[in-house]
Design a protein around this ligand. Structure first.
Ligand code: ZN
Length: 254
């Protein structure tokens, strides 16, 4: 029997010091793809692509790293996207816990929209961070996706939006995917179509000892397997691992 393969839909594995070891342990465990998100444009995905071909690198400015004075170098991002079509867009989005003032929220929206437009222009998938901003996010998607010839996946990372938002997103665009992390709530599984489901570890972040304990208190891509097993038990769906792996391959056109 062939060993089940897995795909980690969201990580920051560049933030590990021992990346070679993490990559080896992941592949040995059956992790076949890992999406690796940047948080600023200084991260150079091509180096990751060449070293670890199963890693899918993304370029983007994370909403936590928006600095008020900074001149955002979209050209740098665009050049990275142009350099290799395997590079996707992420992590981008809105976080209204981080930005409480109207003015800061407006700036987050502007920067999010500019990056989203680059993803659309190059037809790349997007990894989306959305915290307490689902209404605004939905409005932006409605406007920006309208009339576009775009068919890549939009991966809602560490998904926790209300089910009404999931329904609206599904109606708006067929390639939204909802990625659940180690800190997910099982009830979320009741409101998401199985064929739209992905799983992620956000490694080394979002450590959750209730799923897997580890001495260094960091999450690891290999923890994905236990997370999916727990969800398969909850859903009483023994084929869940295969379903979400197929979802990932469809989403990323692999
Ligand atoms: Zn992240």
């Amino acid at each position: 029997m062939e060993l089940q393969k897995y795909a980690d839909a969201h990580s920051h594995i560049q933030d590990f010091e021992n990346i070679d070891q993490i990559v080896k342990e992941s592949t040995d465990s059956g992790i076949n793809h890992i999406i690796c998100n940047s948080t600023t444009f200084d991260f150079l995905p091509p180096s990751l692509l060449n070293l670890y071909p199963f890693i899918i690198p993304c370029i983007g400015l994370h909403p936590w790293y928006i600095n008020k004075e900074q001149n955002v170098e979209y050209e740098k991002m665009e050049n990275i996207l142009k350099s290799d079509e395997r590079i996707q867009v992420g992590e981008i989005g809105l976080d209204f816990i981080k930005a409480k003032e109207k003015e800061d929220q407006k700036r987050q929206c502007e920067i999010f929209i500019s990056q989203l437009q680059l993803a659309i222009k190059y037809n790349r998938s997007m990894s989306i961070h959305c915290v307490r901003a689902s209404g605004e996010m939905l409005k932006i998607f409605k406007k920006q996706l309208k009339g576009q010839n775009y068919n890549a996946a939009i991966i809602m990372h560490s998904y926790g939006c209300p089910k009404e938002i999931t329904g609206s997103l599904d109606k708006l665009y067929p390639n939204f995917y909802y990625s659940l992390c180690l800190n997910m709530k099982m009830e979320q599984l009741n409101h998401i179509d199985k064929n739209k489901l992905l799983f992620e570890t956000d490694a080394p972040y979002q450590y959750n000892p209730n799923i897997v304990e580890s001495e260094d208190k960091k999450s690891h891509p290999k923890f994905l397997i236990k997370l999916i097993q727990d969800c398969a038990t909850y859903l009483n769906e023994p084929l869940l691992a295969q379903i979400v792996y197929n979802n990932f391959r469809r989403a990323l056109k692999l």
